[in-house]
Design a protein around this ligand. Structure first.
Ligand code: PLP
Length: 395
């Protein structure tokens, strides 16, 4: 794609890239942003053209200028051959799994994966004859011991959902390459700004655009990027056959978010670390699970492989009654209680993964808390939590 300001576009994930990726103002009459192309039908000038269907755009489902430009921005940012968009982050997981797995294949799935990914494996993939083995997120190169002749995909997510384990992705990538196995990664936490998945041994990287790229809690979307042309073709063809389509309005909102992604992430990272340290100083807290925090689980691997951290982390409380935790949560005024993250607003969700993991055991009893630190002043967030802890003690 041409760049209007003659700024070199590289895959360095810098501020310049984010401001310019995927835009071609002079093909939109000079307007700065990717326009909303709304439509189903694409017209052809002649019957011969229609029969050949060789023009750049043929029907909305195979792409519009809106979707193609944003896909190009994502692919360049990730440093991959090509990207597809999906109507949700969850579909950015299910589409590549459907694209690369067939009946009789074996999938190695990280035990700490996002719960809906697990549900898709347990229900849909198993029903279609795919064998699934869950593995310990800390397994590293020992994943070699779990590989079977029919293993096709190793799926990773780092840090782990809710419990924040950091995986040794380069070690897993090296094992996978030797056996010709595809590595997929849910990279929603770090985004490609803070974890360069395709350079770390991953073949197919995906994120919920819903979270930090959108940054505003106002849409659902996913993006999947393939490292090679061959992988991209399989991915794109499956997406087409599944009939996925993403609203052009949502794409332009997501593109608006993309322009400020790095700026927001820097603020999220700073506030997230500040809040994680504050939690560590609290007498009610047993452990803070934030890989960016020195001394926290996974910190050494995080420091080796990641360029930064977002503001999603978890807090294990010292043993206390569920009702006391509920009293704390019900007192909070700034923190919303909700399942998503990556927006401008702070959130908390109670969780307990004790009953469904199979390769690993969550060692803590009772309810733990996952926090997303938004763009509010940390002093206000601390005051909100202080009131919460006071309610916890009173209950
Ligand atoms: C939220 C989330 C998803 C799914 O995104 P949706 O757009 O909500 O479907 C996938 N992976 C992770 C790690 C998430 O947090």
């Amino acid at each position: 794609m041409k760049n209007d300001n003659k700024t070199p576009i590289t895959a360095q994930n810098g501020y310049t890239d984010l401001a310019h990726l995927g835009r071609e103002a002079h093909s939109y009459h000079g307007f700065v942003n990717i326009p909303v192309y709304r439509g189903s039908t694409v017209l052809y000038r002649t019957a011969e053209d229609f029969m050949a269907r060789r023009q750049q755009y043929t029907y909305a489902i195979s792409g519009t200028p809106t979707s193609r430009h944003f896909e190009e921005a994502i692919a360049k940012l990730e440093g991959g051959h090509g990207a597809i968009l999906t109507p949700s982050g969850l579909m950015a997981i299910t589409i590549p799994l459907l694209a690369f797995l067939s009946a009789g294949d074996h999938l190695l799935m990280v035990d700490t994966v996002y719960r809906p990914t697990r549900n898709f494996c347990e229900d849909t993939l198993k029903r279609f004859g795919v064998e699934v083995t869950y593995y310990d997120p800390l397994i590293g190169a020992k994943i070699a011991d779990l590989i079977q002749p029919n293993t096709k995909v190793i799926f990773t997510e780092s840090p782990g959902s809710q419990t924040m384990e950091i995986q040794d992705i380069p070690a897993i990538g090296e094992v996978a390459r030797k056996s010709d196995i595809l590595v997929m990664m849910d990279n929603t936490w770090a985004t490609s700004i803070y974890f360069d998945a395709l350079k770390m041994g991953v073949d197919i990287t995906l994120q919920a655009v819903t979270k930090y790229i959108s940054g505003n809690s106002d849409l659902l979307m996913g993006a999947v990027t393939a490292r090679t042309e061959e992988q991209f073709k399989i991915l794109r063809d499956t997406n087409l056959r599944m009939g996925t389509f993403v609203s052009p309005d949502d794409i332009t909102l997501a593109a608006r978010g993309l322009r400020t992604l790095r700026l927001r992430l820097e603020h999220h990272m700073k506030s997230g670390l500040e809040m994680a340290e504050w939690f560590r100083s609290r007498p009610e807290v047993a452990e803070v699970l934030h890989p960016g925090l020195p001394g926290a689980p996974g910190h050494d691997l995080w420091k080796r492989d990641f360029k930064g951290a977002c503001s999603l982390f978890s807090v294990v409380l010292k043993p206390c009654k569920d009702e006391a935790v509920f009293a704390m949560l019900n007192t909070l005024k700034i923190f919303g209680m909700g399942a998503s993250w990556g927006g401008f607003e702070s959130l908390v969700t109670p969780f307990n993964p004790k009953d469904y993991r199979v390769a690993t055991q969550w060692p803590h009893d009772g309810i733990s808390l996952r926090f997303h630190i938004g763009l509010e002043d940390t002093a206000d967030l601390i005051a909100d939590l202080e009131a919460g802890f006071e309610a916890l003690h009173k209950a």
